[in-house]
Design a protein around this ligand. Structure first.
Ligand code: ADP
Ligand code: ASP
Ligand code: MG
Length: 465
């Protein structure tokens, strides 16, 4: 079996959905396929803003709901002949009415918990899949809508729930084995053991695709998006970024974790566990070969390049903890990590000076204030006794990561990297290198972000190799 996942831009309107159906039809001629779809482009953002408006009791709610309904109805008008439109519209209209009622409830209580927001967001993928199933049927393809909430089992961390792999794999396997046609599965959503709707974090449909692939024992997971594959850098930052024909799973994991939006960071986990390759393809340009992500044995690469790709994240903050109070005290780092973990805060990067005099922690700005509060609580005794100095949150930063399997054992990479940034006048605040030597990451001011990424791209990935 092959899993085909199509992102929001691939199902953005009727014309795009028709193109996707053609890709599915061709794949289904060669293989058994399962399809995972995102919400139509912009719909998840629209659902979140509708939830906010409902919470505020804003007049704008009606228009916000209309902005979700209309693209689906417009796609039906584009895809179906007039006599067939009513049958395709009815289930979508019913779902939109359900959504409206839920949002009306939010409006009444003026409160939208993360749990309710997950339910609201789930409508995006459920609507796009419902529409696609009707259209595939009209094209003579027998497709069956699978409710992802019956097969993706998660905990209750609403907004970014953790998946129970063994249970989900078992449920996926059983469900798909009982379906004759093409299963069409909404990405991004799951449910708790009690059946409460959850989401897997923004951009999570890629993750659903690899979970489905792992559960079904697929031979390939295809991620269809709006670029020709994994590029050497974010094409919005580096106009000269080019498609990488093949990367290892570890490189893909690092790239996505450090900001390459083309795949959700957890996507690689089920795929690696079950040894399933991924193929990143462009639904706007299906004949382009794409990027293969697989174990290193299956990847042929340009041996002359030490660096494979560059990823980066904006809206980063850091905290620098300094003072003699941590010197030689075992368990100090464990206390810091424990305090942050208890509050569910994700540390992106850590750097400790060898004198043990400073420890620097890097977070997403959205989590920065909570991180600062957790650290102040945990370190209150050391702060009171002045064994460590007061610390603050420094915002307005970006992380940049240079990733490449070939960096391992190649001397001089860091020298070249930081010299080129020095020449470009980019100031480096923190540096971290994984012991795998597959990744060098550093923190800079956000204003230097584009310049830094372009400088490194020119240094290591400028054409020709
Ligand atoms: P989808 O809706 O298909 O899930 P996304 O918008 O989530 O698509 O991801 C694809 C986008 O990721 C591309 O349009 C591109 O702008 C961005 N992107 C960032 N870094 C990279 C990279 N290294 N390679 C390819 N695309 C990247
Ligand atoms: N629709 C969700 C989002 O916009 C999930 C996805 O598209 O992957 O985040
Ligand atoms: Mg995506």
């Amino acid at each position: 079996m092959r899993v085909l996942k199509f992102g929001g831009s691939s199902v953005a309107n009727g014309e795009r959905i028709a193109a996707v159906a053609a890709i599915i039809a061709e794949a289904a001629r060669a293989d058994r396929v399962a399809v995972v779809l995102s919400a139509m482009k912009g719909v998840t953002d629209g659902l979140i803003s509708a939830a906010r408006l409902a919470e505020q009791g804003s007049e704008g709610l009606k228009a916000a709901i209309e902005a979700i309904r209309e693209p689906h109805f417009a796609a039906v008008r584009a895809l179906f002949a007039p006599p067939d439109q009513a049958a395709a519209l009815t289930p979508l209209a019913v779902m939109c009415n359900d959504l409206e009622e839920i949002l009306h409830g939010v409006e009444l209580v003026r409160e939208c918990s993360l749990r309710t927001q997950d339910l609201v967001m789930s409508f995006g993928e459920r609507l796009s899949c419902r529409l696609a199933v009707s259209y595939l049927a009209s094209q003579g393809l027998s497709a069956a809508l699978v409710d992802a909430r019956e097969v993706i089992r998660t905990d209750e961390r609403f907004g970014s729930a953790a998946v129970d792999f063994p249970t989900s794999y078992e449920l996926i396997h059983r469900k798909l084995a009982g379906i004759d046609g093409i299963p069409v599965i909404p990405g991004f959503i799951g449910a708790t053991p009690a059946g409460v709707t959850t989401t897997l974090g923004r951009n999570g449909s890629d993750y659903t695709a690899s979970l489905i692939g792992a559960g079904a024992g697929a031979s390939l997971i295809e991620i269809w998006t709006d670029v020709d594959g994994v590029l050497s850098a974010d094409p919005r930052l580096v106009p000269g970024a080019f498609v990488i024909p093949g990367i290892t799973s570890e490189e893909a994991m690092e790239l996505s974790y450090f900001g390459a939006k083309v795949i959700h960071p957890y996507t690689m986990v089920p795929a690696v566990e079950k040894n399933i390759p991924l193929l990143i393809k462009n639904s706007l340009n299906p004949s382009a070969p794409g990027t293969l992500i697989a174990g290193s044995g299956a990847i042929t690469r340009d041996g002359s390049r030490p660096v494979t790709g560059i990823a980066s994240i904006e809206e980063i903050s850091l905290v620098n903890i300094e003072g003699g109070g941590m010197m030689g005290i075992p368990g100090f780092a464990a206390r810091i990590f424990g305090a942050l973990a208890r509050d569910g805060i994700n540390i992106i990067m850590i750097s400790q000076a060898s004198s043990e005099h400073t420890i620097c922690l890097v977070f997403r700005t959205a989590e920065g204030e909570r991180a600062l509060a957790a650290l102040n609580r945990e370190l209150a005794p050391e702060l009171a006794s002045r064994r460590i100095a007061r610390f603050e949150l420094i915002g307005g930063l970006a992380t940049v990561s240079v990733i490449g399997e070939n960096m391992h054992g190649t001397p001089g990479i860091a020298g070249r990297l930081f010299s080129s940034l020095g020449r470009a006048g980019v100031n480096i605040l923190v540096i971290a290198q994984g012991s795998s030597e597959r990744n060098i990451s550093f923190v800079i001011e956000e204003k230097d972000h584009t310049k830094a990424v372009r400088t490194i791209h020119a240094e290591f990935l400028g054409r020709p190799s």
